[in-house]
Design a binder for this molecule. Structure first.
Ligand SMILES: Nc1ncnc2c1ncn2[C@@H]1O[C@H](COP(=O)(O)OP(=O)(O)OP(=O)(O)O)[C@@H](O)[C@H]1O
Ligand code: SF4
Ligand SMILES: [Mg+2]
Length: 383
């Protein structure tokens, strides 16, 4: 752990020591990652359940920064079943985007690294790859064709100096093995723009990102993500920056498109209303860990982790009068210096005597509903 001086700041010597240590660790990981001609057998794997599109197992993704190691994703496990939508909720900074970037292998390297665990990706016909070991060359073929991502901020994800049409054309051209003609690529781009509900598709084709409204940019991002009919779509807060009417339209659009191409969706948001509308399964994250997971019905009807209960209590309910909405007291622990007990303990209003023990493991409440909390240990053990 980083040593701080009397003012609470890191000394120059300490910062240098951390940087040296980081360089050593990331160089080792990068060396492994940059190996050439990695045989397929090294990243070939089998799904635990062939009915899943993606399986995260004990994934740890860290950022090695000058102030210490940020444990952004700290041992998460959950599945995304084929053809289903999994909603990932949790407050800002809990590791939702880092989880999806780990699946895309788009972490900011060298400081961002998957240090352990696996992400199994179902390629169909009994074949699966472990993304954490898949070389970059193979990933380039999987991205777009197999997994694709609608980013949190369309203005930063789109290139400001290229026209919309050129940017979508590039995606289609890059991922098309047959080598289509320029004409047919343009036709497909226009078709995609129309599919996502852009009326003036020929006009928008020639525009730059700054000439579009926020809702239109988000639609363009969706068109790009769907260009190659991917099997898995990661939607990272696709509607957060939009007003509610456009939000509803985008959600409808995603649902319809999902049914059309029969994809699985990993839907990241901190809006429980959106989750209720979209998700079949829900994963609740807190400080880099999964604290509860289950079907949407289980999570909404029987929220079990105190954090999920707090989240439910803090959402407005139509027809119910409240002076002030509930807010969960306290704040998330510092990700560089996580406690060795339950990460939610300092904010928890339902503590039991065991809570000062080590971080609680997952308790099974039903075949699909799991929670990581000591309150259910006693129940399960009949004490
Ligand atoms: N490039 C980076 N360098 C250092 N730390 C990072 C980097 N990217 C993310 N982190 C850290 O990882 C943690 C998780 O970040 P992440 O972006 O996954 O949060 P999030 O759950 O998506 O939040 P939000 O809802 O605000 O989008 C945060 O503590 C963040 O500071
Ligand atoms: S383990 Fe204890 S402190 Fe942690 S959430 Fe459950 S009741 Fe609260
Ligand atoms: Mg995010």
């Amino acid at each position: 752990m980083a040593k701080k001086n009397n003012d609470g700041y890191l000394s120059a010597a300490e910062t240098r020591r951390i940087s040296r240590q980081n360089r050593k660790t990331t160089n080792e990981l990068e060396k492994k990652r940059k190996r050439k001609n990695v045989p397929e057998s090294e990243y070939l794997t089998t799904m635990k359940d062939p009915g899943n599109a993606v399986e995260f197992e004990d994934l740890h993704t860290y950022f090695f920064t000058d102030v210490g190691t940020v444990h952004s994703v700290d041992g998460i496990s959950f599945d995304v079943p084929l053809g289903k939508t999994v909603g990932v909720v949790g407050e800002s900074g809990c590791g939702k985007s880092v989880t999806s970037l780990s699946l895309m292998q788009l972490l900011q390297r060298p400081q961002g690294q998957i240090v352990s665990g696996s992400i199994r990706l179902n390629l169909g016909n009994g074949k699966a790859y472990d993304i954490t070991k898949t070389p970059e060359k193979v990933m380039q073929k999987l991205r777009g064709n197999f997994i694709s991502m609608i980013f949190q901020e369309p203005m930063t994800a789109l290139n400001p100096v290229f026209r919309i049409g050129e940017q979508i054309n590039e995606v289609i051209a890059l991922h098309d093995d047959e080598g289509k003609s320029d004409e047919s690529i343009k036709e497909r781009t226009i078709e995609l723009l129309e599919m996502v509900g852009i009326a003036n598709s020929e006009g928008v084709y020639k525009m730059y990102p700054h000439e579009l409204s926020g809702g239109m940019r988000q639609r363009v991002m969706i068109a790009m993500a769907l260009a190659c009919s991917p099997k898995i779509i990661i939607a990272d807060e696709p509607t957060t920056a939009l007003d509610v009417t456009i939000q509803a339209q985008i959600l409808d659009l995603l649902r319809n498109l999902k049914d059309k191409i029969n994809s699985s969706i990993m839907f990241i948001t901190h809006d429980l209303g959106v989750i209720a509308e979209m998700a079949d399964y829900v994963v609740v994250m807190y400080a880099g860990r999964v604290v509860e997971k289950g079907t949407a019905l289980e999570i909404f009807a029987h929220p079990s982790h105190p954090y999920t209960i707090g989240l439910m209590a803090s959402k407005p309910v139509v027809g119910k009068k409240a002076e002030k909405l509930y807010s969960i007291p306290g704040k998330v622990p510092n990700p560089v210096n996580m406690p060795d007990y339950c990460y939610f303990k300092d904010r928890c209003e339902m503590c039991v005597s065991r809570c000062s023990g080590e971080y609680p493991g997952m308790i099974k409440l039903s075949d699909t509903h799991y929670v990581s909390c000591y309150r259910y240990y006693d129940e399960k053990e009949g004490k």
